[in-house]
Design a protein around this ligand. Structure first.
Ligand SMILES: Cc1cc2nc3c(=O)[nH]c(=O)nc-3n(C[C@H](O)[C@H](O)[C@H](O)COP(=O)(O)OP(=O)(O)OC[C@H]3O[C@@H](n4cnc5c(N)ncnc54)[C@H](O)[C@@H]3O)c2cc1C
Ligand code: FES
Length: 291
């Protein structure tokens, strides 16, 4: 893991997404699909915590050697600020963080399933699997056309691709799980990789368990430190001997997990747990903090 002051080489729009390419050879050389970076947003009380983004590309060779790309969907103060970032500006970046996807041994047909910005890490994985001689097929889900992630590149990277949108504006209408069983059958799938929202990952996990297909999923859990210190990001994972579960840190022991061992009922109930209302007069800003 390295902390670097990285220059923005390129900042561009990709449909509803924003992409930032950084010059960060220290991170790019070590990065593997499924890992992420932690980016500082400006030093301001609204932005105490760094923001975390999956690594979309890491070039080790050729003209782009030493560069690293991440892609995000502007939807909050941190991502809105990053969306305004321009080429030649510098960002404070830590990475690569987390555990990467593992590659299957021997020849394997791999189905890569993603929804929304989850596709970001999946494209990097597709490249690495292809470089190892694996067959890659894709299911690309989104709310609507503008959120379908790089459909032309997806076609280039995979043998077959099924696009599915909730509003039917591109590809088939429906959800990812409406098309995964057919896509898996057509492709003779032996391994499934998935990234996206928790509810989608759970349905994919149930399918994989039912069909006895080995799988790996990259989860997103709210993170504070991103480096294993605070236990903000824990995911309940059932022990191998089934004797109970452990709260594993998504930032260090994940974000890639075996979905057959994630304790989905418990993890999903945490997502739906109501946020406690602060007592009257409570202010989250401590006035004695240094500026
Ligand atoms: C390992 C990892 C990889 C990620 N990769 C990407 C990526 O490639 N592209 C991308 O757009 N986003 C990604 N995210 C999510 C992104 O880090 C958060 O959404 C981040 O909080 C956005 O900051 P913000 O200030 O814009 O919004 P915030 O105000 O921080 O959050 C906006 C909303 O998102 C919710 N939220 C915050 N953090 C998370 C989280 N980790 N997961 C789910 N919901 C969250 C908040 O509760 C809030 O409702 C990733 C998160 C993790 C943990
Ligand atoms: S975010 Fe602090 S331990 Fe994972």
């Amino acid at each position: 893991m390295r902390r670097v002051r990285a220059e923005i080489l390129n900042a561009r729009r990709l449909g509803a997404f924003q992409s930032i390419t950084l010059v960060a050879p220290e991170i790019a050389e070590r990065a593997r699909p499924g890992q992420f970076v932690s980016v500082a947003v400006p030093d301001d009380r609204r932005f105490i915590l760094r923001r975390h983004f999956s690594i979309h590309q890491a070039s080790r060779r050729g003209g782009w050697a030493g560069t690293l790309e991440f892609v995000f969907d502007p939807h909050g103060p941190g991502t809105d600020w990053l969306a305004e970032a321009k080429a030649h500006q510098f960002l404070d970046v830590i990475g690569p963080l987390g555990k990467a996807f593992a590659y299957p041994r021997g020849p394997s047909n791999c189905l890569l399933v993603s929804e929304g910005h989850g596709a970001s890490s999946i494209f990097f994985l597709a490249q690495e699997l292809r470089a190892r001689g694996k067959r890659v097929d894709m299911v690309l889900g989104a709310s609507g056309e503008s959120h379908v992630f790089k459909p032309i590149e997806a076609k280039r990277l995979s043998q077959t691709i099924v696009i599915v949108t909730a509003d039917g504006s591109m590809g088939e209408r429906g959800s990812v799980m409406d098309v995964v069983p057919r896509a898996a059958q057509t492709a003779g799938t032996e391994v499934i990789y998935a990234a996206g929202p928790r509810r989608m990952l759970r349905t994919v996990a149930e399918f994989c368990i039912d069909q006895r297909i080995p799988a790996q999923v990259a989860v997103e859990e709210e993170m504070a430190c991103g480096t294993g210190l605070c236990f903000t990001c824990v995911v309940p994972v059932i022990r191998k001997d089934g004797s109970g579960y452990d709260n594993l840190r998504a930032c260090t022991e994940g974000p890639v997990f075996n979905p057959a061992r994630v304790f989905w009922d418990r993890w999903m109930s945490e997502e739906t747990r109501p946020v406690p209302t602060p007592p009257e007069g409570f202010s989250p800003v401590v006035s004695s903090w240094p500026a």
